[in-house]
Design a protein around this ligand. Structure first.
Ligand SMILES: *Cc1c(COP(=O)(O)O)cnc(C)c1O
Ligand SMILES: [Zn+2]
Length: 410
């Protein structure tokens, strides 16, 4: 394990590798820092390729030790080409990163696996979180797999599919009378009072690092090459910022070379504080979320300004996607690729299409779209695709009256 401390992203004050949610001097976010000289010698493509088919193949670049007996490990999810969707949206080469293949069908299994390891190292017996849905399921499942207690705090208006799927793993579900930002504030206060591992509060530095594995996997699965563009959804902005960091680390370690990918982000129009900040050049101003993309409904995004910086530094952009376009994009993805992504993915595909229209993505680019969650948890917005044809159980009537092919068959 090569992490040496937690360092404030804003004022650079160092803190020990404990359950500390933010900088004691300026409340800025804390990032694990590593001994890069030691890593440069030790971490090779060969060493990584010999590792397990999960996020733990990159344990050298994570702030916790890999579990000795891994349970339900996330990561090493498929990266698949999407040629028909590529043609439809006008890019040369499009790949889908299918984080629906993780144990609870979202990218949150990556971040929770890392935070849970830290909770275990620190002897914290309860995993907790504030959640927009997918995190609740990932925390509850991880706790069940490891024999820990789980407590999840969710806003009252989440999709019932997500809450039921989380509840099945046996956590205590606290439904908060308010939206996500109320849940988040509550868990920050509780984290000072309870000896619990709040994965996205006092363990946030470890949690967020798990997102870097998406960048590592994409590069490795492309044969240790960098794509030109990666398109990702933005809620708190942690995923987006950390994916950018992950590509930078691979290049620093000389595991890849070339130009770092442009990062294009998507938010739903009903909760787009980061897209607004990107457009105006101002700092992120909190909003009251009102969107069908519940997993992205964070009005006060902790890493929002860092996500804006990532988009600017990489030559990317951040787009607000119309609410009506979310379901249409979910259906477009499903019918052209066979992949059913959730509302967040409808937003991500919308951002990709906007970036093509604005010529931020060029026709010759190799583009990767992150599918971070499963449409089966949020089927509502594609209900318009269900228009079944009612028929009698009668073959002759079917051929004759429905298909009109009697003559052909006879
Ligand atoms: C949580 C989540 C995200 C984004 O996460 P942040 O790191 O908070 O920006 C994206 N997609 C899905 C499906 C999620 O559940
Ligand atoms: Zn600080």
């Amino acid at each position: 394990m090569s992490a040496v401390s937690l360092t404030c992203r804003v004022c650079a004050t160092e803190h020990p590798l404990e359950a500390i949610g933010s900088c004691s001097r300026c409340f800025g976010p804390l990032d694990p820092v590593y001994d890069w000289d030691a890593l440069a010698g030790a971490v090779t493509r060969k060493r990584i390729e010999a590792g397990p088919a999960s996020i733990w193949r990159y344990a050298d670049l994570l702030p916790v030790a890999a579990p000795s007996e891994p349970q339900l490990s996330p990561g090493w999810t498929p990266l698949v080409p999407a040629p028909r969707l590529a043609r439809e949206v006008g890019v040369r080469e499009l790949w889908l990163k299918l984080d629906t293949a993780n144990p609870t069908h979202s990218f949150k299994d990556r971040v929770v696996a890392v935070a849970a390891r830290k909770a275990q190292e620190l002897g914290l017996g309860t995993l907790a979180c504030s959640s927009t849905g997918n995190l609740a399921g990932a925390v509850a499942a991880r706790a069940a797999a490891e024999g820990l207690e789980a407590a999840v705090f969710v806003p009252h208006d989440l999709e019932p599919e997500k809450l039921t799927a989380a509840a099945a793993y046996g956590p205590t579900v606290y439904v908060v009378d308010g939206h996500y930002d109320h849940c988040s504030r509550l868990t920050v206060e509780l984290s000072f009072e309870l000896p619990w591992g709040f994965v996205n509060v006092n363990l946030r530095s470890y949690y967020a690092e798990g997102s870097k594995t998406l960048a590592y996997e994409i590069a490795e699965q492309l044969g240790w090459q960098l794509p030109d563009v990666v398109v990702a959804p933005i809620a708190s902005g942690a995923l987006f910022h950390k994916v950018g960091q992950g590509f930078g680390e691979l290049r620093r370690l000389r595991l890849v070379d070339g130009v770092l990918p442009s990062l294009v982000g998507g938010q739903a129009a009903g909760c787009a504080p980061v897209a607004t900040a990107f457009a105006t050049g101002e700092r992120v101003v909190p909003v009251r979320p009102d969107t069908i993309a519940r997993s992205l409904a964070i009005g006060s995004p902790a890493d929002g300004d860092f996500a804006v910086a990532t988009a600017r530094e990489t030559g990317g952009a951040i787009h607000a996607v119309a609410e009506e376009a979310v379901g249409e994009n979910m259906a477009l993805l499903a019918r052209t690729t066979g992949v059913f992504g959730e509302t967040a993915t409808g937003v991500t595909l919308g951002a990709l299409r906007s970036a093509v229209a604005d010529e931020q993505i060029r026709a010759r680019d190799r583009v990767v779209l992150l599918v971070t969650g499963d449409g089966l948890k949020t089927p509502g917005p594609v209900s318009f695709t269900y228009s079944p044809v009612a028929i009698e159980p009668d073959a002759e009537a079917f051929l004759d009256e429905v298909l009109g092919v009697t003559g052909v068959v006879a």
